[in-house]
Write a protein that binds this ligand. Sequence first.
Ligand SMILES: *Cc1c(COP(=O)(O)O)cnc(C)c1O
Length: 594
Amino acid sequence: MSTADDSKKANPGPDAERWLRVVHDAGLLHNVKASHPAQRPPYKNYPVVPGVDPSLFQLPPQGMSDRQREAALAQTKGYESAQRFHFLGYQANQKLDYENLRPYLDFHVNNIGDPFVSGNFTVNAKWMERAVLDYYAALWNARWPSDRKDGESYWGYVLTMGATEGNLYGIYNARDYLAGKVLLTDPKKPKARGRNGGVASASRLVYQQAKAAPNAPNAYTPVAFYSQDTHYSIIKAMRVLAVHTFYEIGTEHFPGQCPLQVHGLSKGEWPQEVPSKGGNAGPGCIDVHALAVLVEFFAARGYPILCIFNYGSTFKGAYDDVEAAGNTLLPILRKYGLDRRRVQYGPGQHDERTGYWFHVDGALGAAYMPFIEMAHQKGLVAERGPNFDFRLPFVHSISMSGHKWIGAPWPTGIYMTRVKMQLTPPDDPEYIGSPDTTFAGSRNGLSAMILWDYLSRHSYEAQMARALYTNDLARYTHEKLLELQTNLRRDLWVERTPLSLTIRFKQANPELVFRYSLSGETLVVGGEQRAYNHVFMMPWVTREQVDAFVEELRQPGAIPEQTPTHPAEPSPKSCGAGDARQLLHVPHTGRGFR
Ligand SMILES: *Cc1c(COP(=O)(O)O)cnc(C)c1O
């Protein structure tokens, strides 16, 4: 028997096979302190998944035989196929056709660093990423090509997460921009040139923070505004980035002074989020008038303004009227010098910036609505959504999910802004040879390939047809559900926000919720607490699927009655202990992610 010492002496050079033999001869787990899950099956604590036997998936130290693995994978395939067959509850297209790209599962393609700088991680696909970004820049009426020397031109990147990352990154940029931060080349360090056709990369960058003048103490404290229909990723971003909302600042510094009378709150009490038009019972888009009243209160006190708009809200699929909001807010911002302002961050060092940032969360709508707009121009559809993109001079950034409207095997998306709004690289880029301008370090190169492949195979015409088909399917589903309501002589709370791809209705029983993956939400409508589900029409859904679903809802017991409950309006003071400061409202219902 050879020992480790013997093998060292006889070692003719690294040889993977030989090491395998050495380890094998030492005996598996003999004299090794290791615990492993097979000793005490942990899955007894975990949720039961219908059709899945967790014991087949337990990973033993010796790995699995091919037969065991195949049995487990067969069960996975059976489960996923069945669930996908009925999948109607979320805005994720399930019709994927990326055969072309199958070989790349065996490559590690990493688009680390800035998409417009090649970098030294050469197993990348950045030229495909750039093609995708150019495509969306044109679609979203930004100035292209991207050019570091042209501040008005676009800059963006393909996300490793979905729109969550785009939202985080947009708000991160917004925070530093509004807070008067600036990244400067450290004057004490010499400059170096980037490689691979890169831009000049500073060998050291330093952050500098502008100082607020004594007569304008709030000048660099951004305050955030978003509606009650906003996705929870925005609220998470607020916490991660320590950006404060008008509710937090209002409650702490201006208690009882809210200029807006909100239904259900006492006079002067701050709402936690900007009311949506018609509240919970409304279509789900932001109430522009309410937003303006709230913004003016803070603009008048010198706070820079961060607004986050929804373009295709998660539960109701509503489109905020970004253009109307901008046109209403701009005169207010101008009145208080927040349309343009000079940020002084050192003696003789300053720049000019807007005192506001408008971010558009277009997770679904930014991918879909441009094609409805084209179809509308051709007279093929009566309505279109409001303008939301870079043709509006006041839009700073947009995020979109790639796995929703387009469809992808994993989360992805796009973040886009204008070059002049970019944070310059927040770190020393020398290591990867490419400026660190993105949120994630490593980025999934396959995501860019997926988006590229899709766009290369779907013409504008094909995408318009897809958008019109889906819109028509949503109309059809809405009618079918209204019909069901009439036939059953029950109010099923069926509703569709105009142009939205989702239809909401009274919550179905748990079996249907599981079978159709129905996302749920509780809304207080007219003082009554109501549990809803919705279905999302996506390009892959067929009329037959909708018909089958409506038939299921027709069956007795499919939609249980709900005992009306009348919850007291949650008081902002009720959960604060003693002098503790109440911070953000973290929604656990009402955002369609359950
Ligand atoms: C889905 C969604 C997000 C988050 O997107 P992910 O792709 O899940 O990260 C953000 N905002 C809205 C409005 C969404 O619907």
